[in-house]
Write a protein that binds this ligand. Sequence first.
Ligand code: COA
Length: 234
Amino acid sequence: MNIVTIRREPALSEAMERLRAEVLGCLLQPSLDAFDDRSIHVSAFSDGRPIGMVRVTPSTPSVLAAWAADEWKLPVGNDIAELTRGVVAPAWRRGGVYRLLMLEVMTGLRPDEVRMATAAVEPDFVGRRFLESLGFRAEGEPQVFRDAPRQATLAVPIWTEVDLGQNRRWTLMLSQLREELAAQGIAVAVEPNRDLPASEAATQDSKHPRQGSTTPFTRYCALTAVPPTICRVP
Ligand SMILES: CC(C)(COP(=O)(O)OP(=O)(O)OC[C@H]1O[C@@H](n2cnc3c(N)ncnc32)[C@H](O)[C@@H]1OP(=O)(O)O)[C@@H](O)C(=O)NCCC(=O)NCCS
């Protein structure tokens, strides 16, 4: 049985950055940006190597508004989670890793703190039907995003509400997916957060001002912690 481990990383390691840059086709330029430090990178690992990631960022300020060449019209604020930089390593594609990461992301959003998740996808994005099954819908026409290191990407704004009903549905979908993966010989383990200890976080704050200890960012880290073994599929 292969084991895929899910971790919620507060920082992008070199290997994670390399995978992202490779998938974005920008190996010569770093894919790091000012939002990486303010985000949680929900990541999948196999044999210690990253195989996929989705970045979750509270939209204060908004990644998508910063990238949009024209106005970003969906709501922004403390209670909005923006999902960007979804990537899966070529060798692992078509096996459900993106679905797994997205369901881990969505079930980690607490309805009492986050009311909406937003993103933007290319019009012919292969995962659109799956995102619709999560509840995402398009809002408006495709628009240009200057999502460096890419120059300009045409993408459609999408959003879904985050509420208790959705949370229950995503939890069920996640457990069905884990069973599906187990049948294919992949066990999913979820490791506890590797959030920064308070002392380190204080040091980091002075270098990269985060938003204090009660922002959704920090609470997202704290509240999605799970014991290391409970999610292991036999
Ligand atoms: C898009 C990407 C993340 C999908 O990762 P993945 O692990 O292969 O996706 P999954 O196996 O979990 O499949 C997710 C959905 O996409 C569909 N899908 C994935 N790759 C597909 C392909 N090449 N052709 C058609 N459908 C595809 C799956 O059928 C599934 O949809 P369904 O549930 O409706 O059947 C991956 O191909 C990638 O990294 N692409 C480059 C970066 C990118 O486009 N990122 C998206 C940013 S929004």
